[in-house]
Design a protein around this ligand. Structure first.
Ligand code: NDP
Ligand code: HSE
Length: 435
């Protein structure tokens, strides 16, 4: 089948991330979507500038309208940012019967009600997973995975730049301005970084999350907004002394008399999982009446993390264009004819590190025998510990942590060590994963 042709408005951080992910993972993406995805046209302000992605074979223009109107383009991917021009272009694409994918939370928060109404009337999709929490599939999780629940509340760290700043201030004592400049150079911050530090970006995202969670229209203007610019290093360390972390949270809560919608810095007990979400990472805690609390975690900003969500939306659109509408998502994610026969490894061929506990006689040369056998099997030791729980009986407990090794080699080494006369009991082994 011929690939679906897409046009991208914007070749900045997310635009180029998307081009790169589509190029690198093209085969798997086509296997899931049922058809390939080809970028045929793209717009940027300066098309002479060197980009972080390969644009060969893509028609480049400085006029995003040319991409929208391009008869070959079936899906318009809006990654320019801004609100007014982006809205006009998205509505133009919808009117032309084209599906739209966007990462633009500001545009969705402000004009989403109008855009969705128009898309509904025209029978096209507008997908916006990347608009909230970067690479975390939080929209899909709430809209699909939690569809059986009445959502009671949600609370999230939903601005990567702000969390990066707070984390660096706390851990390294760095200055606000200095960390913000780094977040900008890493491509995390909005074109206007006051959106990040004053909580506006988080408010855009919270408005979107609240709509999806509670089934209410987008109401950005009803979100109470406070940013992190007033937080000092002193506050961060006083909070720490009291056992708390300061995090910028977006909170949406269903109350008997209405919905709370608010974003602001918040003290959270330091043992809570969400208090330990650091750097550019985001996390969203969602409380459903049936499932209870669920937590979603991942990179909240950055080129490829955000592209991950953009491409997931593209796959959804392509499936809708391609497959039986009654059976849009393949049961095993990939189309049946795209399933791979790459083998599942036997446990002997799996590589992990190991914790080993050995009970031995406490004699000279015992440790040397054990390490020699491990060495002969290519097993390298990361740490070693010896305890003598009962010196009177001349016994010792030896604990070893190894570097990663093939399980088959470890099995052989254990058999050989257990055959030594000084071993008193079988070896206890527990696999280790750094994850
Ligand atoms: P960038 O500023 O890096 O990229 C914007 C791109 O759009 C640039 O290539 C720019 O061209 C182009 N552009 C802007 N205006 C025009 C115009 N009028 N005509 C033609 N081209 C134009 O932004 P990001 O990639 O960071 O963000 C894009 C969108 O994704 C925004 O809505 C943002 O909120 C959202 N987003 C960003 C995330 C991130 O981590 N960065 C994460 C999640 C969402 P040129 O390069 O020539 O200047
Ligand atoms: N500027 C945003 C952030 C990008 O830092 O979270 C991701 O939406």
């Amino acid at each position: 089948m011929t690939p679906v042709k897409i046009g991208i408005l914007g070749l900045g951080t997310v635009g180029c991330g998307t081009v790169n992910v589509l190029a690198r993972n093209g085969t798997d993406i086509a296997g899931r979507a049922g058809r390939g995805i080809e970028v045929v046209a793209a717009a940027a302000r300066d098309i002479e500038r060197e980009r972080d992605c390969d644009t060969s074979g893509i028609r480049l223009t400085t006029d995003p309208g040319v991409v929208v109107d391009d008869p070959e383009v079936e899906v318009v991917v809006e990654l320019m940012g801004g609100t007014e021009t982006a809205r006009d272009l998205v509505l133009r694409a919808i009117d032309a019967g084209k599906h739209v994918v966007t990462a633009n939370k500001a545009m969705i928060a402000l004009y989403g009600n109008e855009i969705f109404e128009r898309a509904h009337a025209r029978g096209v999709m507008v997908a916006f997973e990347a608009a909230v929490a970067g690479g975390i599939p939080i929209i899909k999780a709430i809209r699909e995975g939690l569809a059986g629940n009445r959502i009671e509340w949600l609370a999230g760290i939903i601005n990567g730049t702000g969390n990066f700043i707070l984390t660096e201030m706390r851990d390294k004592g760095r200055d606000f301005e200095d960390v913000l400049a780094e977040a900008q150079s890493l491509g995390y911050a909005e074109a206007d970084p006051t959106f990040d530090v004053e909580g506006i970006d988080a408010a855009h995202k919270l408005a979107i999350l609240a709509s999806i969670a509670f089934g209410i229209p987008l109401q950005f203007d009803r979100v109470a907004v406070e940013g992190i610019s007033g937080i000092t290093r002193e506050d961060v360390s006083f909070a720490a002394e009291l056992g708390y972390r300061i995090k910028h949270l977006g909170i949406a809560r269903r109350m008997d008399n209405g919905y709370e919608l608010r974003v602001h810095p918040t003290l959270i007990p330091e043992r809570r999982l969400i208090a330990n979400v650091d750097g550019v990472m985001n996390a969203v805690l969602v409380q459903g009446d049936a499932v209870g609390p669920t937590l979603y975690y991942g990179a909240g900003a950055g080129a490829e993390a955000t592209a991950s969500a953009v491409v997931a939306d593209l796959v959804d659109v392509v499936r809708a264009l391609t497959t039986d509408p009654e059976n849009r998502v393949p049961h095993l994610a990939f189309q049946p004819d795209a399933l791979s026969d790459h083998p599942v490894l036997a446990m002997e061929d799996v590589h992990t590190s190991f914790y080993l506990r050995l009970r031995t006689q406490d004699r000279p040369g015992v440790l040397a025998d054990i390490t020699r056998i491990l060495g002969e099997h290519g097993i390298s030791i990361e740490a070693i510990l010896q305890r003598e729980p009962d010196p009177q009986r001349g016994e010792a407990t030896i604990i070893m942590l190894t570097h990663a090794v093939r399980e088959g080699a470890m099995n052989e080494a254990i058999t050989a060590v257990e055959a030594l006369p000084h071993l008193l009991t079988p070896i206890t082994r527990i696999r280790m994963e750094a994850l």
